[in-house]
Design a protein around this ligand. Structure first.
Ligand SMILES: Nc1ncnc2c1ncn2[C@@H]1O[C@H](COP(=O)(O)OP(=O)(O)OP(=O)(O)O)[C@@H](O)[C@H]1O
Length: 344
């Protein structure tokens, strides 16, 4: 099979080791050696358990802390050789550190994103103002553009910092946990926005997140950083199907189910139940059966449940092998009946 031709990567790392110096002669490696590349137009999600080194890696890629070793290039130039202004034209970064913006209004903070292009004393041109306005609109922060940043909620402030990074308009965007303070609709909207932005503008967007479900849906590529620091990269699907994803998050009593793309919340305690049906009703019936401890199966079992086929709610049918079936108007009634059968 022919290897797909990629354009030149925007950011590359070879033999990169990231971590901290506890003293001048005592490095504390966190992850590496890493071979990495970020390509234009892709949304990459950096995933890994707590403490694996995601923030450390992002800070290192952003040039905010030195690598313990290896080579790091941005736009084909060694990152270490770049001045702050040159770097800021190539790469924007939003970290999780609290930003003390004092009384600065939202629009003013977002305008600061343009400074790498104008210089500190340079005024903003109409083009700069248009970028600021576009960043405010894209992130849904325009509605409170005149409010002081210090008065915003955590989620609002998070969106404003993203707006500043977007106004900076760099080929590479690095975001540390940008969804942390957002409610679910806002998290989904943000992931969709970042995915569309990468596609439409050719930016490379790398973000760390604990939103595994969303990341598996949205990421063009995943950087999977397990606790041992040996990073794996690939499409979400390749990493899930190879078992690498489950292994990175393996914990006693918690298993990732590649068939459903979720971590199992409930340990089965009851008997198998044959679940007949498809679509939304069958999906939610399966969830209810699992929560009640049953093991939904496709094959025959002594207990059988038929999910409603129509668009409305119910009825559900339950049947014990060899007996007449019973009808239930709600999932609650179905579970009650199944538990009674199971306890007899
Ligand atoms: N300033 C520091 N000096 C020494 N070690 C540090 C420092 N900051 C973080 N670490 C350690 O580096 C390791 C990686 O931390 P890091 O914050 O990068 O992980 P993470 O994957 O971002 O975690 P989380 O998902 O919890 O945010 C941890 O063991 C942490 O204790």
């Amino acid at each position: 099979m022919a290897t797909p031709q990629h354009p030149a990567p925007l950011l590359t790392a070879e033999d990169l080791a990231v971590g901290y110096f506890l003293s001048k002669k005592m490095p504390r490696p966190v992850a590496g050696p890493l071979r990495l590349a970020l390509w234009p137009g892709e949304l990459v999600c950096l995933l890994g358990p707590n403490g694996a080194g995601k923030s450390t890696l992002l800070r290192t890629l952003a040039g905010l802390q030195p690598p313990l070793g290896g080579r790091l290039e941005l736009g084909g130039r060694p990152l270490a050789a770049m001045g702050a202004a040159e770097r800021a034209r190539q790469l924007s970064v939003v970290l999780t550190d609290r930003v003390d913006a004092g009384n600065l209004a939202v629009r003013e903070l977002v305008r600061l994103g343009r400074h790498p292009h104008t210089g500190w004393l340079g005024g903003l041109s109409a083009h700069d103002e248009a970028r600021v306005q576009a960043a405010l609109e894209a992130t849904g922060t325009e509605a409170f553009a005149d409010r002081p940043v210090g008065e915003l909620s955590d989620g609002e402030r998070q969106k404003v910092l993203l707006a500043r990074a977007l106004a900076q308009d760099t080929p590479v965007v690095l975001l540390d946990e940008p969804t942390a303070h957002l409610d679910l609709p806002n998290r989904v909207a943000l992931m969709r926005l970042l995915h569309q932005l990468a596609r439409a503008t050719g930016k490379a967007i790398l973000l760390s997140t604990h939103e595994l479900d969303l990341a598996l849906q949205a990421a063009d590529r995943v950087w999977l950083l397990p606790a041992d620091g040996a990073l794996r990269t690939g499409t979400p699907e390749d990493l899930v199907l190879s078992g690498a994803f489950a292994a990175a998050f393996a914990r006693e009593g918690l298993a990732f189910d590649a068939a459903t793309g979720t971590f199992a919340l409930h340990a089965p305690t009851g008997p198998p139940v044959q679940l007949v049906g498809e679509g939304a009703a069958a999906f939610w019936t399966r969830r209810a059966l699992e929560r009640a401890g049953f093991v939904p199966t496709l094959g025959p079992a002594a207990l059988r449940v038929t999910a409603p086929a129509g668009p409305g709610p119910g009825p559900w049918l339950s049947q014990v092998a060899g007996q007449a079936s019973a009808s239930h108007a709600t999932v609650e009634a179905l579970l009650l009946a199944l538990n009674q059968v199971n306890n007899n």
